[in-house]
Design a binder for this molecule. Structure first.
Ligand code: AMP
Length: 223
């Protein structure tokens, strides 16, 4: 099973992606998470990417595509994957078509995650991340047990640098201008499935699972 999650920043696609990947036993690949890890580890690519990420812009296609190509080539992606945050531009979608064709496989469905604008802003402004291990929280919907302290490693929670109000605006613009055209791209290929993700964490999962099963048939989702 190979899935793509499309959706604006703050649509909760990261959380939905983790839940779906667990449900279908496939590897969750978040390009945003990979970039953030590289930034924490101060790799060369991480340092290049952070300039764009902090400005709310997309990292250039060549860097992003090369990173995803390497990730998809690894053994743990052989039986399936859930792409979260990739592709985000038409050249990335075209590169993914080439990659899957080289791997003799194809994308089964593209979930278009939908959430009203006011909820997007609330989710993004409430979001926090552990400075040490990178685990995500939300002060409204998924607070830590102790204020500002990570439940897992005890380090301090911080606001992502790209969750500041001006950067949020830039990221939403980047989504509308560069990523939204992919909705048509995948609709034309009959891969698109619109899903609502405006409920609390985990609340929409059963409906998404049902919608996918009815699009693809139960058999294809068994692993
Ligand atoms: P995310 O966690 O998915 O919201 O990603 C955080 C940031 O990482 C984005 O705002 C971009 O700057 C960068 N990023 C993640 N995925 C991509 C991608 N596919 N193409 C370009 N930039 C990306």
């Amino acid at each position: 099973m190979r899935l793509i999650l499309l959706g604006p920043p703050g649509s909760g696609k990261g959380t939905l992606a983790v839940d779906l990947a667990r449900l279908y036993h496939i590897r969750h690949i978040s390009t945003g998470d990979i970039f953030r890890q590289m930034i924490r580890e101060k790799t060369e690519l991480g340092q290049k990417a952070s300039v764009y990420i902090d400005a709310g812009q997309l990292v250039p296609d060549d860097l992003t595509i090369a990173m995803v190509q390497e990730r998809l080539a690894s053994e743990d992606c052989r039986d399936g994957f859930m792409l979260d945050g990739f592709p985000r531009t038409l050249p990335q979608a075209e590169a993914l078509d080439r990659l899957t064709s080289d791997m003799n496989c194809r994308i089964d469905a593209v979930l278009n995650v939908q959430v009203p604008d006011d909820l997007i802003l609330r989710r993004l402004s409430g979001r926090r991340m552990c400075r040490g291990c990178g685990r995500g929280y939300n002060i409204y919907s998924m607070p830590p047990k102790q204020e500002n302290i990570c439940d897992v490693c005890g380090d301090q929670l911080i606001q992502r640098s790209d969750d500041q109000p001006e950067t949020i605006r830039q990221r939403l613009n980047a989504y509308r201008e560069q990523t939204e055209p992919l909705i048509d791209y995948y609709a034309q290929r009959d891969l698109l499935l619109d899903v609502d993700n405006s409920g609390k964490i985990g609340e929409n999962l059963p409906d998404v699972d049902r919608a996918l099963k009815s699009k693809l048939g139960d058999e294809s989702l068994n692993g």
